[in-house]
Write a protein that binds this ligand. Structure first.
Ligand code: RFL
Ligand code: PHB
Length: 394
Protein backbone atom coordinates (compact mmCIF):
# COMPACT_ATOMS: atom_id res chain seq x y z
CA UNK A 1 0.00 0.00 0.00
CA UNK A 2 1.28 3.44 -0.96
CA UNK A 3 1.14 6.25 1.59
CA UNK A 4 -0.03 9.63 0.33
CA UNK A 5 0.06 12.83 2.35
CA UNK A 6 -2.07 15.97 2.35
CA UNK A 7 -3.16 18.72 4.70
CA UNK A 8 -6.91 18.22 4.29
CA UNK A 9 -8.51 14.99 3.08
CA UNK A 10 -11.95 15.62 1.59
CA UNK A 11 -14.52 12.85 1.09
CA UNK A 12 -17.06 13.75 -1.62
CA UNK A 13 -17.02 15.98 -4.72
CA UNK A 14 -20.44 17.57 -4.35
CA UNK A 15 -20.76 21.33 -3.87
CA UNK A 16 -19.44 21.14 -0.28
CA UNK A 17 -16.30 19.11 -1.01
CA UNK A 18 -15.41 20.91 -4.22
CA UNK A 19 -15.95 24.39 -2.77
CA UNK A 20 -13.93 23.51 0.33
CA UNK A 21 -11.06 22.26 -1.85
CA UNK A 22 -11.21 25.47 -3.87
CA UNK A 23 -11.31 27.83 -0.85
CA UNK A 24 -8.36 25.96 0.69
CA UNK A 25 -6.48 26.20 -2.59
CA UNK A 26 -6.97 29.99 -2.55
CA UNK A 27 -5.36 29.98 0.90
CA UNK A 28 -2.42 27.90 -0.38
CA UNK A 29 -3.60 24.83 1.54
CA UNK A 30 -3.29 21.40 0.00
CA UNK A 31 -6.14 18.88 -0.18
CA UNK A 32 -7.04 15.56 -1.79
CA UNK A 33 -10.67 15.02 -2.82
CA UNK A 34 -11.97 11.46 -3.21
CA UNK A 35 -15.35 10.85 -4.85
CA UNK A 36 -16.95 7.46 -5.33
CA UNK A 37 -19.01 8.29 -8.44
CA UNK A 38 -17.80 9.09 -11.97
CA UNK A 39 -17.16 12.63 -13.14
CA UNK A 40 -20.04 12.34 -15.65
CA UNK A 41 -22.45 11.22 -12.94
CA UNK A 42 -21.51 14.07 -10.63
CA UNK A 43 -21.87 16.66 -13.40
CA UNK A 44 -25.14 15.32 -14.76
CA UNK A 45 -26.95 14.78 -11.44
CA UNK A 46 -29.92 17.18 -11.48
CA UNK A 47 -30.60 18.71 -8.09
CA UNK A 48 -30.95 22.14 -6.58
CA UNK A 49 -31.38 25.30 -8.57
CA UNK A 50 -31.67 28.31 -6.27
CA UNK A 51 -28.65 30.23 -5.02
CA UNK A 52 -29.09 32.74 -2.25
CA UNK A 53 -27.72 36.24 -2.64
CA UNK A 54 -24.79 35.40 -0.34
CA UNK A 55 -23.98 32.14 -2.17
CA UNK A 56 -23.66 34.01 -5.45
CA UNK A 57 -21.35 36.50 -3.79
CA UNK A 58 -19.32 33.67 -2.26
CA UNK A 59 -18.84 31.98 -5.66
CA UNK A 60 -17.96 35.29 -7.34
CA UNK A 61 -15.52 36.26 -4.55
CA UNK A 62 -13.84 32.87 -4.92
CA UNK A 63 -13.30 33.48 -8.65
CA UNK A 64 -15.70 30.76 -9.81
CA UNK A 65 -18.65 33.01 -10.65
CA UNK A 66 -17.95 34.10 -14.24
CA UNK A 67 -20.35 31.68 -15.95
CA UNK A 68 -22.82 32.04 -13.08
CA UNK A 69 -22.95 35.82 -13.67
CA UNK A 70 -23.29 35.28 -17.44
CA UNK A 71 -25.79 32.43 -17.51
CA UNK A 72 -27.47 32.44 -14.08
CA UNK A 73 -30.98 33.89 -14.00
CA UNK A 74 -31.40 36.60 -11.40
CA UNK A 75 -34.83 36.60 -9.77
CA UNK A 76 -36.28 39.49 -7.84
CA UNK A 77 -39.45 37.82 -6.61
CA UNK A 78 -41.51 34.61 -6.45
CA UNK A 79 -45.19 33.90 -7.01
CA UNK A 80 -47.38 32.26 -4.41
CA UNK A 81 -50.36 30.60 -6.08
CA UNK A 82 -53.41 29.53 -4.05
CA UNK A 83 -57.18 29.87 -4.12
CA UNK A 84 -57.08 30.40 -7.88
CA UNK A 85 -54.84 33.49 -7.70
CA UNK A 86 -51.16 34.28 -8.04
CA UNK A 87 -49.48 36.82 -5.77
CA UNK A 88 -45.99 38.20 -6.29
CA UNK A 89 -43.70 38.56 -3.30
CA UNK A 90 -41.09 41.15 -4.20
CA UNK A 91 -37.86 40.07 -2.50
CA UNK A 92 -35.82 42.91 -3.89
CA UNK A 93 -38.14 45.58 -2.46
CA UNK A 94 -38.64 43.75 0.85
CA UNK A 95 -34.96 43.05 1.58
CA UNK A 96 -33.30 46.26 0.46
CA UNK A 97 -32.13 44.94 -2.90
CA UNK A 98 -31.30 41.28 -2.31
CA UNK A 99 -32.24 38.70 -4.95
CA UNK A 100 -31.80 34.99 -5.71
CA UNK A 101 -30.23 33.37 -8.76
CA UNK A 102 -31.40 30.26 -10.55
CA UNK A 103 -28.35 28.28 -11.69
CA UNK A 104 -28.34 24.49 -11.62
CA UNK A 105 -26.32 22.80 -8.89
CA UNK A 106 -24.71 20.67 -11.58
CA UNK A 107 -23.48 23.87 -13.25
CA UNK A 108 -21.92 24.98 -9.94
CA UNK A 109 -20.30 21.55 -9.69
CA UNK A 110 -19.05 21.76 -13.30
CA UNK A 111 -17.47 25.18 -12.63
CA UNK A 112 -15.82 23.93 -9.44
CA UNK A 113 -14.45 20.81 -11.16
CA UNK A 114 -12.99 23.13 -13.82
CA UNK A 115 -11.36 25.28 -11.12
CA UNK A 116 -9.96 22.16 -9.44
CA UNK A 117 -8.42 20.97 -12.69
CA UNK A 118 -6.89 24.43 -13.23
CA UNK A 119 -5.39 24.34 -9.71
CA UNK A 120 -3.58 21.10 -10.50
CA UNK A 121 -4.59 19.69 -7.10
CA UNK A 122 -5.86 16.10 -6.92
CA UNK A 123 -9.49 15.04 -7.35
CA UNK A 124 -10.07 11.31 -7.72
CA UNK A 125 -13.36 10.04 -9.15
CA UNK A 126 -14.60 6.46 -8.82
CA UNK A 127 -12.72 5.98 -5.54
CA UNK A 128 -13.91 2.75 -3.97
CA UNK A 129 -14.37 1.62 -0.35
CA UNK A 130 -13.28 4.93 1.19
CA UNK A 131 -12.87 4.80 4.99
CA UNK A 132 -11.73 7.29 7.62
CA UNK A 133 -9.56 6.39 10.63
CA UNK A 134 -7.80 7.94 13.63
CA UNK A 135 -9.80 11.16 13.77
CA UNK A 136 -9.05 11.40 17.50
CA UNK A 137 -5.31 11.70 16.73
CA UNK A 138 -3.22 14.45 15.12
CA UNK A 139 -2.84 12.35 11.99
CA UNK A 140 -6.22 11.15 10.75
CA UNK A 141 -6.19 8.97 7.65
CA UNK A 142 -8.37 8.15 4.68
CA UNK A 143 -8.11 4.79 2.95
CA UNK A 144 -9.59 3.68 -0.31
CA UNK A 145 -9.11 2.18 -3.70
CA UNK A 146 -7.99 5.08 -5.85
CA UNK A 147 -7.05 4.74 -9.52
CA UNK A 148 -7.13 0.97 -9.06
CA UNK A 149 -4.67 0.94 -6.13
CA UNK A 150 -5.20 0.61 -2.37
CA UNK A 151 -4.06 3.90 -0.90
CA UNK A 152 -3.68 5.36 2.59
CA UNK A 153 -3.77 9.13 2.81
CA UNK A 154 -2.26 10.75 5.91
CA UNK A 155 -4.00 14.07 6.67
CA UNK A 156 -3.98 16.88 9.24
CA UNK A 157 -7.77 17.16 8.93
CA UNK A 158 -10.54 15.21 7.24
CA UNK A 159 -13.70 16.86 5.88
CA UNK A 160 -16.74 14.61 5.49
CA UNK A 161 -18.54 16.20 2.52
CA UNK A 162 -20.08 12.96 1.28
CA UNK A 163 -23.77 13.78 1.52
CA UNK A 164 -26.55 12.07 3.42
CA UNK A 165 -25.64 8.51 2.35
CA UNK A 166 -21.88 8.87 2.74
CA UNK A 167 -19.45 7.00 4.99
CA UNK A 168 -18.30 9.91 7.18
CA UNK A 169 -21.36 10.01 9.38
CA UNK A 170 -21.57 6.22 9.38
CA UNK A 171 -18.01 6.03 10.75
CA UNK A 172 -18.92 7.92 13.95
CA UNK A 173 -19.53 6.25 17.32
CA UNK A 174 -23.24 6.62 18.11
CA UNK A 175 -22.41 7.74 21.66
CA UNK A 176 -20.58 10.79 20.28
CA UNK A 177 -23.50 12.54 18.60
CA UNK A 178 -27.22 13.20 18.69
CA UNK A 179 -29.57 13.44 15.73
CA UNK A 180 -32.84 15.30 15.22
CA UNK A 181 -35.06 14.05 12.46
CA UNK A 182 -38.45 14.34 10.81
CA UNK A 183 -39.62 12.47 7.74
CA UNK A 184 -42.60 13.74 5.78
CA UNK A 185 -45.48 11.60 4.53
CA UNK A 186 -45.00 12.83 0.95
CA UNK A 187 -42.31 13.35 -1.67
CA UNK A 188 -41.62 15.41 -4.78
CA UNK A 189 -41.85 14.15 -8.32
CA UNK A 190 -39.45 16.37 -10.26
CA UNK A 191 -39.20 16.75 -14.03
CA UNK A 192 -36.99 18.59 -16.48
CA UNK A 193 -38.93 19.60 -19.58
CA UNK A 194 -37.80 20.93 -22.94
CA UNK A 195 -40.04 23.99 -22.82
CA UNK A 196 -39.44 27.71 -22.56
CA UNK A 197 -40.37 28.91 -19.04
CA UNK A 198 -43.79 30.54 -19.27
CA UNK A 199 -43.28 32.53 -16.05
CA UNK A 200 -40.48 34.97 -15.39
CA UNK A 201 -40.33 33.88 -11.74
CA UNK A 202 -40.69 30.68 -9.67
CA UNK A 203 -44.26 29.73 -8.74
CA UNK A 204 -44.99 27.92 -5.45
CA UNK A 205 -48.55 26.57 -5.44
CA UNK A 206 -50.87 25.05 -2.87
CA UNK A 207 -53.95 23.32 -4.28
CA UNK A 208 -56.42 20.98 -2.61
CA UNK A 209 -54.65 18.24 -4.66
CA UNK A 210 -51.31 19.22 -3.09
CA UNK A 211 -48.14 21.18 -3.76
CA UNK A 212 -46.59 22.15 -7.10
CA UNK A 213 -43.52 24.21 -7.99
CA UNK A 214 -42.54 25.84 -11.24
CA UNK A 215 -38.85 26.57 -11.73
CA UNK A 216 -36.43 26.64 -14.64
CA UNK A 217 -32.90 25.96 -15.75
CA UNK A 218 -32.52 28.08 -18.90
CA UNK A 219 -34.52 29.93 -21.54
CA UNK A 220 -35.45 26.55 -23.04
CA UNK A 221 -35.65 24.18 -20.06
CA UNK A 222 -38.30 24.18 -17.31
CA UNK A 223 -37.94 22.39 -13.95
CA UNK A 224 -41.20 21.40 -12.28
CA UNK A 225 -42.16 19.52 -9.14
CA UNK A 226 -45.44 18.02 -8.01
CA UNK A 227 -46.18 16.59 -4.56
CA UNK A 228 -46.37 12.80 -4.69
CA UNK A 229 -46.42 10.02 -2.12
CA UNK A 230 -43.03 9.48 -0.45
CA UNK A 231 -42.22 6.11 -2.02
CA UNK A 232 -44.42 5.96 -5.09
CA UNK A 233 -43.32 4.05 -8.19
CA UNK A 234 -42.64 6.29 -11.20
CA UNK A 235 -44.39 4.11 -13.81
CA UNK A 236 -47.98 5.29 -13.19
CA UNK A 237 -46.79 8.87 -13.64
CA UNK A 238 -47.08 9.07 -17.41
CA UNK A 239 -46.03 12.34 -19.03
CA UNK A 240 -49.69 13.12 -19.72
CA UNK A 241 -50.67 12.58 -16.09
CA UNK A 242 -47.80 14.77 -14.83
CA UNK A 243 -48.80 17.70 -17.08
CA UNK A 244 -52.50 17.30 -16.21
CA UNK A 245 -51.67 17.31 -12.52
CA UNK A 246 -49.39 20.34 -12.85
CA UNK A 247 -52.04 22.27 -14.78
CA UNK A 248 -54.69 21.42 -12.20
CA UNK A 249 -52.52 22.57 -9.30
CA UNK A 250 -51.38 25.80 -10.95
CA UNK A 251 -54.89 26.74 -12.11
CA UNK A 252 -55.43 30.45 -11.53
CA UNK A 253 -57.78 33.10 -12.81
CA UNK A 254 -55.10 35.03 -14.72
CA UNK A 255 -54.93 32.03 -17.04
CA UNK A 256 -51.25 31.29 -16.48
CA UNK A 257 -50.04 27.72 -16.84
CA UNK A 258 -46.70 26.03 -17.52
CA UNK A 259 -45.93 25.38 -21.19
CA UNK A 260 -45.85 21.68 -22.00
CA UNK A 261 -42.85 20.08 -23.69
CA UNK A 262 -41.00 16.78 -23.95
CA UNK A 263 -39.99 15.47 -20.50
CA UNK A 264 -36.22 14.96 -20.47
CA UNK A 265 -35.89 13.49 -17.00
CA UNK A 266 -38.09 12.51 -14.07
CA UNK A 267 -37.55 11.24 -10.53
CA UNK A 268 -39.17 11.01 -7.09
CA UNK A 269 -37.42 12.06 -3.88
CA UNK A 270 -38.58 11.68 -0.30
CA UNK A 271 -38.49 14.63 2.04
CA UNK A 272 -36.82 14.83 5.41
CA UNK A 273 -35.40 17.19 7.97
CA UNK A 274 -32.26 15.95 9.70
CA UNK A 275 -29.56 17.50 11.91
CA UNK A 276 -26.57 15.84 13.49
CA UNK A 277 -24.86 17.53 16.42
CA UNK A 278 -22.03 18.31 16.79
CA UNK A 279 -20.49 18.67 13.31
CA UNK A 280 -16.91 18.15 14.52
CA UNK A 281 -15.28 15.00 15.94
CA UNK A 282 -11.61 15.51 16.79
CA UNK A 283 -10.04 16.22 13.41
CA UNK A 284 -13.07 15.17 11.36
CA UNK A 285 -15.45 17.96 10.25
CA UNK A 286 -18.79 17.19 8.62
CA UNK A 287 -20.20 19.68 6.10
CA UNK A 288 -23.32 19.93 3.94
CA UNK A 289 -25.81 17.09 3.58
CA UNK A 290 -23.49 14.75 5.54
CA UNK A 291 -24.55 16.68 8.65
CA UNK A 292 -27.98 18.03 7.79
CA UNK A 293 -30.89 17.69 5.37
CA UNK A 294 -33.64 20.22 4.80
CA UNK A 295 -36.80 19.55 2.78
CA UNK A 296 -36.29 21.29 -0.60
CA UNK A 297 -39.30 23.62 -0.23
CA UNK A 298 -37.09 26.35 1.26
CA UNK A 299 -34.31 25.90 -1.36
CA UNK A 300 -31.66 25.88 1.36
CA UNK A 301 -29.62 22.65 1.09
CA UNK A 302 -27.02 23.77 -1.43
CA UNK A 303 -26.71 27.16 0.26
CA UNK A 304 -26.08 25.55 3.64
CA UNK A 305 -23.42 23.30 2.13
CA UNK A 306 -21.64 26.37 0.72
CA UNK A 307 -21.88 28.29 3.97
CA UNK A 308 -20.55 25.37 6.07
CA UNK A 309 -17.40 25.11 3.99
CA UNK A 310 -16.89 28.85 4.02
CA UNK A 311 -16.76 28.68 7.83
CA UNK A 312 -14.56 25.58 7.72
CA UNK A 313 -12.07 26.97 5.19
CA UNK A 314 -11.62 30.10 7.28
CA UNK A 315 -11.06 28.05 10.43
CA UNK A 316 -8.50 25.79 8.72
CA UNK A 317 -6.73 28.82 7.21
CA UNK A 318 -6.51 30.44 10.68
CA UNK A 319 -4.94 27.21 11.95
CA UNK A 320 -2.22 27.13 9.30
CA UNK A 321 -1.57 30.84 8.93
CA UNK A 322 -1.92 32.03 12.54
CA UNK A 323 -1.72 28.82 14.63
CA UNK A 324 -5.26 29.53 15.84
CA UNK A 325 -7.57 26.72 16.93
CA UNK A 326 -10.43 28.87 18.25
CA UNK A 327 -12.24 29.01 14.89
CA UNK A 328 -12.03 25.23 14.54
CA UNK A 329 -13.49 24.98 18.05
CA UNK A 330 -16.39 27.22 17.07
CA UNK A 331 -17.09 25.54 13.70
CA UNK A 332 -19.93 23.35 14.86
CA UNK A 333 -21.72 26.02 16.87
CA UNK A 334 -21.42 28.60 14.12
CA UNK A 335 -22.77 26.29 11.40
CA UNK A 336 -25.57 24.87 13.53
CA UNK A 337 -27.03 28.31 14.24
CA UNK A 338 -27.57 28.80 10.52
CA UNK A 339 -28.66 25.20 9.98
CA UNK A 340 -31.45 25.55 12.54
CA UNK A 341 -32.58 28.86 11.05
CA UNK A 342 -32.85 27.09 7.68
CA UNK A 343 -34.66 24.14 9.29
CA UNK A 344 -37.23 26.49 10.74
CA UNK A 345 -37.86 28.14 7.40
CA UNK A 346 -37.92 24.91 5.37
CA UNK A 347 -40.33 23.26 7.85
CA UNK A 348 -42.59 26.28 7.80
CA UNK A 349 -42.65 26.44 3.99
CA UNK A 350 -43.24 22.70 3.77
CA UNK A 351 -46.13 22.79 6.26
CA UNK A 352 -47.71 25.79 4.54
CA UNK A 353 -47.60 24.32 1.03
CA UNK A 354 -48.22 20.55 1.26
CA UNK A 355 -51.22 18.34 1.97
CA UNK A 356 -50.48 15.55 4.46
CA UNK A 357 -52.55 12.35 4.18
CA UNK A 358 -54.25 12.98 7.54
CA UNK A 359 -54.91 16.68 6.90
CA UNK A 360 -58.50 17.81 7.34
CA UNK A 361 -60.46 20.63 5.73
CA UNK A 362 -59.48 22.66 8.79
CA UNK A 363 -55.79 22.27 7.95
CA UNK A 364 -56.35 23.41 4.37
CA UNK A 365 -58.23 26.53 5.50
CA UNK A 366 -55.46 27.27 8.00
CA UNK A 367 -52.84 26.97 5.23
CA UNK A 368 -54.80 29.39 3.04
CA UNK A 369 -54.99 31.80 5.99
CA UNK A 370 -51.23 31.49 6.45
CA UNK A 371 -50.60 32.26 2.76
CA UNK A 372 -52.98 35.22 2.91
CA UNK A 373 -51.07 36.46 5.94
CA UNK A 374 -47.79 36.28 4.01
CA UNK A 375 -49.12 38.31 1.09
CA UNK A 376 -51.16 40.82 3.11
CA UNK A 377 -48.91 41.57 6.07
CA UNK A 378 -45.75 43.50 5.11
CA UNK A 379 -44.13 42.13 8.28
CA UNK A 380 -44.88 38.52 7.30
CA UNK A 381 -43.84 39.11 3.67
CA UNK A 382 -40.56 40.64 4.86
CA UNK A 383 -39.88 37.69 7.14
CA UNK A 384 -40.53 35.28 4.23
CA UNK A 385 -38.36 37.30 1.84
CA UNK A 386 -35.46 37.63 4.29
CA UNK A 387 -35.38 33.91 4.96
CA UNK A 388 -35.70 33.02 1.27
CA UNK A 389 -32.87 35.25 0.01
CA UNK A 390 -30.74 34.23 3.00
CA UNK A 391 -28.48 36.15 5.35
CA UNK A 392 -25.92 38.66 4.10
CA UNK A 393 -22.33 37.40 3.97
CA UNK A 394 -20.44 38.61 7.06
P1 RFL B 1 -23.92 16.04 -2.22
O1 RFL B 1 -24.25 16.94 -3.34
O2 RFL B 1 -24.79 14.88 -1.95
O3 RFL B 1 -22.43 15.52 -2.50
C1 RFL B 1 -21.85 14.46 -1.76
C2 RFL B 1 -20.84 13.78 -2.64
O4 RFL B 1 -20.21 12.73 -1.92
C3 RFL B 1 -20.14 11.57 -2.74
N1 RFL B 1 -20.04 10.38 -1.89
C4 RFL B 1 -18.90 9.72 -1.66
N2 RFL B 1 -17.64 9.92 -2.07
C5 RFL B 1 -16.69 9.03 -1.67
N3 RFL B 1 -16.94 7.95 -0.89
C6 RFL B 1 -18.19 7.71 -0.45
N4 RFL B 1 -18.45 6.64 0.32
C7 RFL B 1 -19.23 8.62 -0.81
N5 RFL B 1 -20.56 8.67 -0.57
C8 RFL B 1 -21.04 9.74 -1.22
C9 RFL B 1 -21.41 11.63 -3.56
O5 RFL B 1 -21.32 10.86 -4.74
C10 RFL B 1 -21.50 13.12 -3.85
O6 RFL B 1 -20.82 13.49 -5.03
O7 RFL B 1 -23.77 16.82 -0.85
P2 RFL B 1 -23.27 18.32 -0.55
O8 RFL B 1 -21.99 18.63 -1.28
O9 RFL B 1 -23.34 18.47 0.92
O10 RFL B 1 -24.36 19.27 -1.25
C11 RFL B 1 -25.68 19.32 -0.75
C12 RFL B 1 -26.68 19.53 -1.89
O11 RFL B 1 -26.45 18.57 -2.89
C13 RFL B 1 -28.14 19.44 -1.41
O12 RFL B 1 -28.30 20.02 -0.16
C14 RFL B 1 -29.11 20.13 -2.40
O13 RFL B 1 -29.14 19.50 -3.64
C15 RFL B 1 -30.53 20.16 -1.80
N6 RFL B 1 -31.52 20.76 -2.70
C16 RFL B 1 -31.62 22.13 -2.87
N7 RFL B 1 -30.78 22.96 -2.22
C17 RFL B 1 -30.82 24.31 -2.45
O14 RFL B 1 -30.05 25.06 -1.84
N8 RFL B 1 -31.70 24.88 -3.34
C18 RFL B 1 -32.57 24.11 -4.04
O15 RFL B 1 -33.30 24.66 -4.88
C19 RFL B 1 -32.57 22.69 -3.79
N9 RFL B 1 -33.43 21.89 -4.44
C20 RFL B 1 -32.37 19.93 -3.44
C21 RFL B 1 -33.34 20.55 -4.30
C22 RFL B 1 -32.29 18.55 -3.36
C23 RFL B 1 -33.17 17.78 -4.11
N10 RFL B 1 -33.04 16.40 -4.01
C24 RFL B 1 -32.63 15.62 -5.11
C25 RFL B 1 -32.96 15.81 -2.70
C26 RFL B 1 -34.19 19.78 -5.04
C27 RFL B 1 -34.15 18.40 -4.93
C28 RFL B 1 -35.16 17.62 -5.72
C1 PHB C 1 -35.24 24.00 -8.39
O1 PHB C 1 -35.18 24.85 -9.30
O2 PHB C 1 -34.81 22.84 -8.56
C2 PHB C 1 -35.84 24.33 -7.08
C3 PHB C 1 -36.32 25.62 -6.87
C4 PHB C 1 -36.88 25.94 -5.63
C5 PHB C 1 -36.96 24.97 -4.64
C6 PHB C 1 -36.48 23.69 -4.87
C7 PHB C 1 -35.92 23.36 -6.09
O3 PHB C 1 -37.54 25.28 -3.44
Amino acid sequence: MKQMRTQVGIVGAGPAGLMLGHLLHLEGIDSIIVENRSKEHVIERVRAGVLEHGSVQQLVDAGVGDRLLREGMRHRSVWLCFDNRRHRVDFEALTGGRTITVYGQNEVVKDLIGARAASGRPLYFEADRVTIADVDTERPRMHGRIDGRDEAIACDFVAGCDGFHGISRASLRPADYVTFERTYPFGWLGILAQAAPSSDELVYALHSRGFALFSMRSSTVTRLYVQSAADEPLEPWTDERIWDELEARFACEDGWSPTRGPILQKGITGMRSFVLEPMRFGRLFLAGDAAHIVPPTGAKGLNLALSDVRVLARAIAAYYHAARTDLLDRYSEQCLARVWAAQRFACWMTAMLHRAPDDTAFDHRRQIAELNHVIRSPAAATSFAESYVGPALD
